[in-house]
Design a protein around this ligand. Structure first.
Ligand SMILES: [Zn+2]
Length: 348
C-alpha cells in the first residue's frame, strides 16, 4: 500500500489525514547518540512537584513516595467559575460558557529524575492504580462530564518541569475530541448491530497484518491506519471497556506493563528519553447521557512530536491553516520499525 499522496479516513475523529511519506518511507539509518541524558538529581528543592517542597500557593508537599496526586495550583478549569450554564441567549459576538471543572497533577514518582520508563513494574502498576482511582472519583463527581488524563513530556514540547508527572482535566463539558469520538462510535454501533468501532478497527484484517506492534492477553499496541503523527500508536483493549473504571486488576496491570514497554520503545526509537504527548481516552461520564457514553471504548494514544530522531514535527502553514494533518511516515512502516525494536536494549 503506497504511503504517498494518499488521504486516509480517521473514523474516530471523522476526518481525513494526509500521508506524505515519500522521503520518510526509506528505512531510517537512525542511531543518533542520546543527547538529553538526564543529569537531574533525584530531589530538586526548587521543583514544586518534589516531596517536602513548599508550592507557590504555600502548600507543603508531603513526604510522599510513589504515585501521588494533588490539585493543580493554576487550574484551567474551576467550579468557582461564575455562571451556571452556557449563556445561550447572549449575542453570538460575545457568547460565553463557564469552564467548570477540576485540574489535577499526578506525580509518577517521588524521584525527580525518574520517567515512566525507569519505574519498576510495581511502581508502574501503582501509577495505573492512581489513574483508575482518580478517574473513578472524578467521573462520579456531580457536574463532571469528561475526564482527560494525559502526560506532556519533554523540553522539546515546552515542558518546563522535568519531574515525571501527568495531569487531569475533569471538565463540565465534553471536549471537541471527546464529542467527535462519541458521535462516531454511537453512529457506528447504531449502523452495525451494536458493534464497537474501536474493537472492529483492531480486529480488521489490514490492522492485524500490518499495524500491530505487540499483542498481549488483554491489550494490543497498534499504529492506527490513519495515524496523524509519525509513530502515533494506540493501546487498544481486546474487549469493549468504556473506561478505566470497568477494568479489573489483571487488565489494569497489563495496561501498565504495555504502556511502559511502549514508552521504552519510543526511547529506543528516538535514542533518548523521548518527548511524547500521551492521552488516556475514557468514555465521557455525564450521567444523563450514559447510554451514549457506554458506546465509547477506552484507548490510550501516543502522539510523538518527533518525526525522526533529529526533527520535531511542527503543525506549520498548511496544517495550521487547513486543519488537515500531514503524516510524513507511512503507518505500516512505522509499525514495522516499532515492532523490530529489541526492548532488552532499553537502559535507564
Ligand atoms: Zn521534582
Amino acid at each position: 500500500m503506497s504511503g504517498n499522496w494518499q488521504r486516509r479516513w480517521q473514523p474516530l475523529l471523522q476526518q481525513w489525514v494526509m500521508i506524505s511519506a515519500r522521503s520518510a518511507a526509506r528505512p531510517w539509518s537512525g542511531a543518533v547518540p542520546s543527547r538529553n541524558v538526564s543529569t537531574a538529581a533525584s530531589h530538586d528543592p526548587d521543583c514544586y512537584l518534589c516531596p517536602r517542597v513548599v508550592r507557590a500557593n504555600g502548600t507543603h508537599n508531603p513526604n510522599y513516595a510513589g504515585a501521588y496526586a494533588f490539585d493543580n495550583d493554576f487550574p484551567a478549569l474551576s467550579f468557582e467559575a461564575p455562571g451556571a450554564a452556557a449563556d445561550e441567549d447572549s449575542a453570538w459576538q460575545t457568547r460565553t460558557a463557564p469552564a467548570h471543572g477540576q485540574c489535577r497533577v499526578l506525580c509518577w514518582s517521588e524521584r525527580h529524575d525518574a520517567t515512566l520508563a525507569s519505574l519498576s513494574t510495581t511502581e508502574m502498576r501503582a501509577v495505573a492504580k492512581l489513574w483508575q482511582a482518580e478517574y473513578k472519583r472524578l467521573s462520579e463527581t456531580p457536574g463532571i462530564a469528561n475526564v482527560l488524563i494525559f502526560e506532556n513530556k519533554g523540553v522539546e514540547i515546552g515542558v518546563s518541569n522535568l519531574h515525571p508527572h501527568g495531569q487531569i482535566y475533569a471538565s463540565s463539558f465534553l471536549t471537541d475530541t471527546a464529542s467527535r469520538m462519541r458521535e462516531a462510535q454511537c453512529q457506528h454501533a447504531q449502523n452495525n448491530n451494536n458493534e464497537s468501532l474501536l474493537i472492529s478497527l483492531l480486529n480488521d484484517a489490514h490492522t492485524q497484518e500490518h499495524l500491530v506492534v505487540e499483542e498481549n492477553t488483554y491489550f494490543s499496541v497498534i499504529v492506527p491506519f490513519a495515524a496523524r503523527f509519525a509513530y502515533e500508536t494506540w493501546i487498544v483493549p481486546h474487549r469493549h471497556v468504556a473506561s478505566l473504571s470497568d477494568m479489573d486488576d489483571e487488565e489494569l496491570q497489563e495496561l501498565a506493563d504495555v504502556y511502559q514497554r511502549q514508552v521504552r520503545r519510543y526511547d529506543l526509537l528516538f535514542q533518548r528519553s523521548a518527548p511524547n504527548i500521551t492521552l488516556l481516552h475514557n468514555a465521557p461520564c455525564n450521567e444523563e447521557e450514559s447510554a451514549l457514553n457506554k458506546q465509547c471504548c477506552f484507548h490510550l494514544a501516543f502522539h510523538p512530536p518527533l518525526r525522526d530522531a533529529e526533527k520535531l514535527k511542527y503543525l506549520a502553514g498548511f496544517e495550521s491553516g487547513s486543519n488537515n494533518i500531514v503524516n510524513p511516515v507511512q503507518p505500516e512502516i512505522a509499525a514495522e520499525q516499532l515492532r523490530a525494536i529489541d526492548l532488552q536494549e532499553w537502559q535507564p
